[in-house]
Each structure stands twice: as structure tokens, then as C-alpha cells.
Design a protein around this ligand. Sequence first.
Ligand code: HAM
Length: 440
Amino acid sequence: MAVIFRVRGTRDLLPPETDLWNSVERTARSVFVRYGFGEIRTPIFEDTQLFARGVGEETDIVSKEMYTWEDRARAESERAQSLTLRPENTAGVVRAYIEHKLNDTGMLQKLFYIGPQFRRERPQRGRYRQFWQIGAEVLGPAWSGAESSLRDAELLEMLATLLNELGVRGWRLELNSIGSATDRPRYIAALREALAPIKDRLCEDNRRRAETNPLRVLDSKAPEDQALIETLPKIADFLDEESTEHFKQVLAALDACQVPYHVNSRLVRGLDYYTRTTFEFTVPDGSGLGTQNALLGGGRYDGLSEILGGPKAPGIGFAIGEDRLILTLQAQAEKDQVLPERKLDAFIAPMGIAQNAAALALAKELRSAGISLELGDGMFRLRKSFETADKLAHRMVIVGEDEVKSGIFTIKYFAAGEQSKVPHADLASALKALAAPATS
Ligand code: HAM
């Protein structure tokens, strides 16, 4: 029979790698709690219109990358509907905000999520068709302070703290203001005007972007076009007074809490809902990501709730590419030559099938006392048990006929090459202790 393989662009995450995923998520959750965030879980699929309207019809995500299907009605009471696997989570969070009337609470909503997203991109290192995001959104009615520049700076400071606590080295924060919903059309018009005479000298990709979505020309990496792109008008010159002031305040607050940043006037991001502050955190070349060096991205979306038919509810958020974060941490650990060690507290080795039942009873007792352990089988010879136990655990407990009768067990300590005899009542505490006891 032919073997069935996983689908292109998807991944299986296996132990021990999943230990790193869990530890990253634990750190993220603990930081989110300290900053007053609560968890939100939205469905993995949504009405296609949510992304078409929220993320924008013209974006790469919506025009090329979504997994969309026509969901047939199964009963007369149902209607057929176009559904889409979520390519990102911000639109879903804002939909839930509107649907559950969170605006009526009058409070700032601080929500985080951890989960898979789906985009039909060309797979490569750091770019997958199913990938994970760890993200957070802060939104609320204008009177809750959701629009304040302080929210932007606080979110960025939280991200810097999170990356530092995770041990990510060499991260770089780039940020920009892309202005309000009225600044942007003025800028895009100027951009179109500036692009018209030079368009034909750009690469094919950028020629197309110049027509369909001129902002995207700005974040093109095509080396041959860089000199021309540098001559294009800058968004900073098109911001109204309010947006200029807002951005200044964000930068001043970042300075006050010593979060280093670089203003990048070409950072526009690929989703249509952004207004004002937009940002990305990148890691240096050689951090395990290849060309996909954006670890996370985000920004303000002051008009998104209204675009989705909701009340005015300005907001700001980010999403970390968890796959990329893990690749970065793994590459760093490799450089430092720190190999993750994953060993259990003990291996229980019954000496003969007759001891199997007693060994299982002992394992149950020790596990409920908090000891992590693996249970051997009496069919194994001692030598085989010894090899397996050394791979899996720090110590081995031998369960032979004599031990069961006398209630005195032998613990073998692999690292120290020692062994000791321990009465049944003291086994759990002996297995919790890091080193072998001084006397045996
Ligand atoms: P985004 O920039 O499209 O923004 O994605 C955020 C991060 O997700 C990226 O920086 C990257 O690390 C990761 N990512 C994106 N696509 C892939 C992929 N195909 N494979 C692996 N990782 C990927 C958003 O999704 C916005 N919802 C962020 C946001 C939240 N803005 C405001 N609130």
C-alpha cells in the first residue's frame, strides 16, 4: 500500500521539540497575565466575508492565499455559505468583540490567543501553510483609552519583555506610522503619481503592485528596484497633525522605558486594516529563519470594527509567528551548544514477569506523588532495562522478588554511577532529590 504523507506546507511537531513549544507558550501566558490579558479562542473557520472585508480584497492574503470552500447546506433550514480557514486572528477577535457586545462594557478589552492559522503560501523555511501565532489585541470604545499612544508603547514594551524573557537575542523593532484613514488615500494618490513615470523601470512584480496596491512597492526587497523606491514620497510627510503627534508620543514613551527601536518609513505591512502605528520585530541573519526574518508583526486598526459593521472601537495588536520563534530559539541553542535534555525522574525495572503487577502498583503510587517515570517490563533482562533506563531517566528503581518482600528498593543513579538502598516509605523523596544520597 502506498504511504500517505502530510500535506505540503504542514508540519508534525514531535517530542522533544514540543517541550520547547510548551515552554514558550507557558512564558507567553505568564507575561500576558502580568499585563492584564485574558485568553480568547475563536473558531478556526469563519464566514469568508470577514476576511474579505477585514483584511482587504486586494491583499495577497485574501486574493491568493486563503483556503476557502463552499459549505453545502445539510438541511432546508440551513443555507450554503462560503467559509474560510482563518489566515489570521485579528478579524475573528474583532468579530467576537462586536458579536458579544464587548463595547457595552465600556472597558478596554485585552485579549490574547495561541493557535493555528492557514495561508496557501509557497512553503519554505519559516513559511508554512499551517502555522501558529501567539497574538494579542487591545481594543475598546474611544473613552476607554484604546486610542491612546500609551497603549501602543505599552504593547511594544510588553513584546520587548517577552522576547527577552524567552531569551531571543539580537531582536530589532522597526516601526512606522501609516497615518489615519484620511491620510492614507492622500499618500496613496501621491505614490501613484510618483510611480507613474518610473513604473516601467521596475521589476515585473513591482509594476503590478504599482497598479493594484502601490503601498506594497515600499516593502519590496527586489535589489534592482531599491534606488528608485528610495526616491518615492515618504508617508511621514502626509500625516495630519494628530497622527504626527500620536506617533511622537509613542516614541517618547518607548524612550522613557528604554525600548530600542528604528523608525522605518517604508514599513507598511500587508493587511488593509492598519492605521497609524505599524511595527515588526526581526532577528538578524543567521538566526535560523533564512529570508523570513520577521518574527512578529502588528499595528493599530482604529477603523476595523466599523468596517465589520460594529461600533467605533479603536485597537492595536500583534501576532508572533510561533514557528519562527521556535526556529530562532533552536538556532541560538545550537550556536551555544546547549542541547535540550528531557529525562524522567525514574525508570522502574521489574525483574521478571512475576514482578510486573507490583511494579505497576509502585509506579502508580510514585506518579501520584509527582514523580515522572517510565515503567519497564519483566520480560526485559537487566542489561536491556539498564540501557533503556539510561536513555530515558536519571535513575532506575529495581523491583525484584526480594525488594517486594523486604520493602527495601535499590536505586541506581546513572550520572554518578552509584546505587543506594531506600525503604519504600522514602522512595518518593529520594527520587525527587537531584543527587544520589551521600551514604548508601
Ligand atoms: P502578519 O504579519 O500577517 O500579521 O503575521 C504575523 C506573523 O505571523 C509574521 O510576522 C510571521 O512571523 C508569522 N507568519 C505569517 N505568515 C506565516 C507563514 N506562512 N508561516 C509561518 N509564519 C507566518 C497578522 O497576522 C496580524 N493579524 C497581526 C496583528 C494582530 N495585527 C494587529 N493585531
